[in-house]
Design a protein around this ligand. Structure first.
Ligand code: AP5
Ligand code: ZN
Length: 217
């Protein structure tokens, strides 16, 4: 299956993607994670992306589209993938359609996670991520690690993302509304959008998503 996950910052895209990708046996491709890995390794791409991410802005399409295409061309993504954080504007959605079209492929579904804004702000404020593996995501009150600051899964150090401060979150939400939400209409016109509520326990949201994908994809 080829799925796009869309939703505001803090909706739980990364959290859900880890479970959905496993259930569906497809790789989880997160452009945010790819950028953060490049930043921590100090690559030229990471250096280009850092200033935009720290400011809560989108990284320019000229950088992002090439990086996403390269990742989608890896052998593990040939049979399908779960895209998280890409596409993030209409130009990226068009570029994705064009890239898939070159191989006579198409998306199966766009899963839209709906969460009220006050909940998103609470989720982001308490998020902690493992330095060893970005799929190990915790929340200080909703999903606390057993030991403060230590990852339950691997013992790694938990940290707070630099772009998870109040000002940057506000900017990211504004960009979500102005630039990313229009892709929902773009995909609605193709009959691909499945909207679910992302409120409730993580496992409840995963079950809801799996049901919706079975029904509509
Ligand atoms: P990216 O990493 O994609 O960030 P984002 O879209 O802002 O999304 P987040 O990672 O903040 O949230 P999430 O929805 O994954 O939530 P999570 O599962 O962690 O992008 C970062 C930056 O990179 C962008 O701002 C941009 O600069 C750049 N970028 C990336 N892609 C780009 C692109 N295509 N083009 C241009 N620029 C791009 O959950 C949040 C918290 O809530 C966690 O603590 C979790 O434990 C908790 N939680 C999750 N589910 C639940 C639940 N059901 N109940 C209670 N708590 C929950
Ligand atoms: Zn870990």
């Amino acid at each position: 299956m080829r799925i796009v996950l869309v939703g505001p910052p803090g909706a739980g895209k990364g959290t859900q993607a880890a479970y959905l990708a496993k259930n569906l046996s497809i790789p989880h491709i997160s452009t945010g994670d790819l950028f953060r890995a490049n930043i921590s390794q100090g690559t030229p791409l990471g250096k280009q992306a850092k200033q935009f991410i720290d400011a809560g802005d989108l990284v320019p399409d000229s950088v992002t589209i090439g990086m996403a295409r390269e990742r989608m061309a890896q052998p593990d993504a040939v049979g399908g993938f779960l895209l998280d954080g890409f596409p993030r504007n209409v130009a990226q959605a068009e570029a994705l359609d064009a890239a898939l079209g070159e191989d006579d492929l198409a998306l199966d579904a766009v899963l839209d996670l709906e969460v009220p804004e006050d909940e998103v702000v609470k989720r982001i404020a308490g998020r902690r991520i493992c330095r060893n593996d970005s799929s190990h995501v915790f929340h200080v009150s909703y999903n606390p690690p057993k030991r403060d600051g230590v990852c339950d899964a691997c013992g790694g150090e938990l940290y707070q993302r630099e772009d998870d401060n109040e000002d940057t979150v506000r900017k990211r939400l504004e960009i979500y509304h102005t630039q990313t939400e229009p892709i929902i209409d773009y995909y609605k016109a193709q009959g691909l959008v499945v909207t679910i509520s992302a409120l409730g326990k993580v496992t409840e949201v995963t079950d809801r998503a799996m049901e919706a994908l079975k029904r509509d994809a």
